[in-house]
Every structure is written in structure tokens, then in C-alpha cells.
Design a protein around this ligand. Structure first.
Ligand SMILES: Cc1cc2nc3c(=O)[nH]c(=O)nc-3n(C[C@H](O)[C@H](O)[C@H](O)COP(=O)(O)O)c2cc1C
Length: 215
């Protein structure tokens, strides 16, 4: 059974990244009526940050050269490590069961929300061997960062996710669906860019629906 893991990370309930990820998920689910679907709201139900027990497990993975995720539990020695694994283990199982991972992510301070970073920290063990899977990032940002924009070099949201996922998650493909200039909806100083935003938003919604059908 093919399975979609859908994560959202916006602190807003009414959010553009949530709208985009929902559009993809809706399309994907109508295309895969028998597919598995797991939803996790990382903002409404935040995960704890990794703690010392988690770092000890991580060190044990390296020193025992254990890249087999099914055997991490065998490395647990202390109550602190056990509670760390009680959190990370089910999250990793959820990730490993997914063929497609969909992440709704706003840009916060040029990068990703701490809520999403907390998930990445929990599920990323060194040199882990994962089966290949596809990622889709439904992204929103207040400004413009695409090629040619004056602040293009400050896009640590897309660059970070693309490079990090490629480095650790055996991704076959990471697709980005991005709505830019969202702040033009609220900020008078950006009102002249509202039409550019509307175009970017409309294209992003269409792309989300289309990719949801194709994946
Ligand atoms: C804490 C915070 C930090 C933000 N930092 C940036 C930023 O660095 N660059 C930017 O273009 N927009 C920034 N924004 C604007 C958001 O990216 C924009 O509101 C986007 O629509 C948020 O996604 P959402 O609608 O899914 O919540 C920030 C917003 C918040 C709340």
C-alpha cells in the first residue's frame, strides 16, 4: 500500500503553506483512495527537542557502526535513552512507512520553523539507511527569493531542505511548491507587489493539485 505522510509546521491556522499542502494531499488521496495517509501537525502538537538521551543513542549508533534502524533499540542502555527512543522510534517508523513525505513549511527568519527542525532532529540518525522516497515541500514566504530577486541568496528555507534531505534521506526527488510575497496581503509597503503574489499563489495551488495527481 502506498502511503503519504503529511506534516504541517505553520504557527498559523489559516496559512498558505497549510493550504498548499492540503491541496496536494486532497489530490493525492483522490488518486489513491486505498492509500495510507498519516497527518502530523508539528505546530499544534509540537515535538520535544532532542535531549541528552537522544545524543547518547546517536553516539552509540556511530561507535557501534549500527546504521540498521531496526537495531537502534538494541543500543538503548539507560532510562534517558529509553525515553528518547520512545519519542524518536515511532516518528522514524512513520517516516519509513511513507512513500511520499509532504511538508507544509513557512519561511521563518530566512529558514524553516523550529517545529519542523525539531522533527528533522528527532528522525535523523547518522548514516541511516533508508529506502528511497519522494519529498514534496509546500512552502510560503513573505518576500521574494526566486532567481534574480535581490534577496535570492537569503533563501535558507529551500536550500536547507533540499540539501539536508538529499544528504540524509535517500530522496529520489524533492519537489518545491512555493508561494512568494505573501506579506503583500498585509504590508502596505509591499502592496505594489500584490499582483506578483497572486500569480505566484495561483501557480502554487495549481502545481500542488497537479503534483498530487502525479505522485
Ligand atoms: C516568525 C516569522 C518569521 C518570518 N520570517 C520571514 C522571513 O525571514 N522572510 C520572509 O520572506 N517572510 C518571513 N515571514 C513571513 C512568512 O514567511 C509568511 O507569512 C508566510 O506566509 C508564512 O507561511 P504560512 O502562511 O503558511 O504561515 C515570517 C513570518 C513569521 C511569523
Amino acid at each position: 500500500m502506498t502511503t503519504l505522510l503529511h506534516l504541517d509546521a505553520s504557527a498559523r491556522r489559516r496559512s498558505i503553506s497549510r493550504e498548499l499542502s492540503a491541496a496536494f494531499a486532497h489530490s493525492w488521496r483522490s488518486q489513491h483512495p486505498d492509500g495510507g495517509y498519516v497527518y502530523r501537525d508539528l505546530a499544534a502538537d509540537p515535538l520535544p527537542f532532542i535531549d541528552e538521551g537522544w545524543t547518547e543513542l546517536c553516539d552509540a549508533v556511530l561507535s557501534q557502526r549500527n546504521t540498521d534502524l531496526d537495531r537502534i533499540s538494541e543500543l538503548v542502555r539507560t532510562p534517558a535513552q529509553e525515553s528518547a527512543w520512545d519519542i524518536a522510534g515511532p516518528l522514524l517508523a512513520e517516516l519509513r512507512a511513507a512513500d511520499v513525505v509532504l511538508i507544509g513549511s513557512p519561511m521563518y527568519n530566512y529558514s524553516i520553523p523550529a517545529a519542523l527542525k525539531a522533527w528533522l532532529d528527532q528522525v535523523t540518525f547518522p548514516r541511516m539507511s533508508l529506502a528511497p522516497r519522494r519529498f514534496v515541500i509546500a512552502a510560503a514566504r513573505g518576500g521574494a527569493y526566486s532567481d534574480g530577486a535581490p534577496k535570492a541568496a537569503f533563501d535558507y528555507q529551500q536550500r536547507y531542505l533540499r540539501d539536508f534531505l538529499a544528504g540524509h534521506f535517500a530522496v529520489t526527488e524533492t519537489a518545491f511548491i512555493t508561494a512568494e510575497l505573501v506579506n503583500s496581503r498585509h504590508d502596505q509597503a509591499l502592496a505594489h507587489l500584490r499582483a506578483d503574489h497572486e500569480r505566484s499563489y495561483a501557480l502554487a495551488i495549481d502545481t500542488a493539485r497537479l503534483l498530487g495527481k502525479e505522485y
